[in-house]
Write a protein that binds this ligand. Structure first.
Ligand SMILES: NC(=O)c1ccc[n+]([C@@H]2O[C@H](COP(=O)([O-])OP(=O)(O)OC[C@H]3O[C@@H](n4cnc5c(N)ncnc54)[C@H](O)[C@@H]3O)[C@@H](O)[C@H]2O)c1
Length: 313
């Protein structure tokens, strides 16, 4: 199978590529090595595949429609995992236009090129940020979408493009709403990476607000599993991909301090704009339709992540 992974040098995309190559697919990784975080980390995420005949890296931008079309046509692409994005709620509050161009317009480009070349399917990595204001918990896919950050708005718009392309043009799409993904290679701007680094260096761990916001954390191997299952299933649908539990940010910091045996103290600073109050996924729809079954709970996942982090630092 010939597969394109946009954003393939990033955290989630690079893990999907590992799995696809293991399954003997031919993979094109399209990534513009955006400088949102250290590009050396992104190069390291894929360097172990550079000598593989079944892997090809294209350094380019999903906002370049001509490039996308050529890549899809010239490589007989059948499936696209669309992971390229400007992630981060805070980045979107600082620069909403870049978030919109990458996440909304970029996704439209991917869909339009896919329609014109008539590919099999697009699997889109969306976000729990599309829910925004919480009306009830856990969040099922019917929960209202009231995003509270430009990032959430951009992902919701991209989801809607996927749905409309599916309904109007018959392009198969599946949207996976990710809930706070973590694990080896995770982005350095996310709470678990920041807290781990501070804990291992004995520095104060800063929590925005009172720390009672809760998050449903999902381990990366479970996300990869859901993504692969979506190749064959879930056409035209949206699924929550969560870890099946939630912890408060205070609990999270304490768990990391315990695992690392750190002497770090926790300090609280002012809350950040755009951060949702709680996330907690109802994953029953994905269980039923995709056979999704998250296996790694937060204690095991943190242990694995911290071991990996200590090995590479
Ligand atoms: N990590 C999470 O917790 C999480 C949660 C919800 C949703 N998501 C979504 O999952 C996807 C992957 O996220 P991630 O955490 O791996 O982020 P990441 O930043 O590690 O990966 C995204 C990759 O896309 C690339 N990219 C950015 N703009 C691009 C462009 N214009 N053209 C081509 N490539 C571009 C970046 O260089 C990066 O390598 C994103 O769509 C993100 O919105 C992630």
């Amino acid at each position: 199978m010939d597969v394109l992974v946009t954003g393939g040098a990033g955290f989630i995309g690079s893990h999907i590529i590992d799995k696809l190559l293991e399954l003997d697919c031919s993979v094109i990784c399209l990534d513009n090595f955006d400088q949102y975080y250290d590009v050396n980390l992104k190069r390291r995420n894929i360097e172990h595949h550079l000598m593989d005949d079944k892997f090809k890296l294209v350094e380019g931008d999903i906002r370049d429609f001509g490039l996308l079309k050529n890549i899809i046509r010239d490589n007989d692409i059948e499936i696209i995992f669309h992971e390229a994005a400007q992630p981060g709620v805070r980045a979107s509050v600082e620069n909403p236009s870049k978030t919109h161009e990458t996440n909304a317009t970029g996704t439209l480009n991917v869909l339009e090129a896919s329609r014109l070349i008539d590919i099999e399917k697009v699997i889109f990595g969306s976000s729990s940020s599309v829910y925004g204001k919480v009306k009830y918990l856990p969040l099922d896919e019917k929960h209202p979408n009231i995003p509270i950050s430009p990032y959430g708005v951009s992902k919701l718009m991209a989801e809607n493009y996927c749905r409309v392309y599916s309904e109007i043009y018959g392009l198969k799409t599946t949207t996976l709403r990710y809930f706070s993904i973590y694990g080896p290679r995770m982005r350095p701007d996310l709470a678990i990476s920041i807290f781990t680094k501070k804990a291992l260096n004995g520095k104060d761990i800063e929590i925005f607000g009172d720390g009672e916001k809760t998050r449903d954390f999902t381990y990366i191997t479970d996300v990869v599993d859901a993504s692969i299952k979506a190749i064959e299933k879930g056409d035209g649908e949206i699924y929550n991909i969560g870890g099946n539990d939630r912890v408060s940010i205070n609990e999270l910091a304490h768990k990391i301090i315990d695992i690392t045996g750190s002497k770090s103290k926790i300090i609280h600073t002012s809350p950040q704009k755009g951060d949702v109050e709680h996330t907690w996924a109802d994953i029953n729809k994905a269980r039923r339709a995709l056979g999704y079954n998250p296996r790694i709970d937060i204690d095991e996942g943190l242990k694995r992540y911290i071991e990996w982090y200590q090995a590479i630092e």
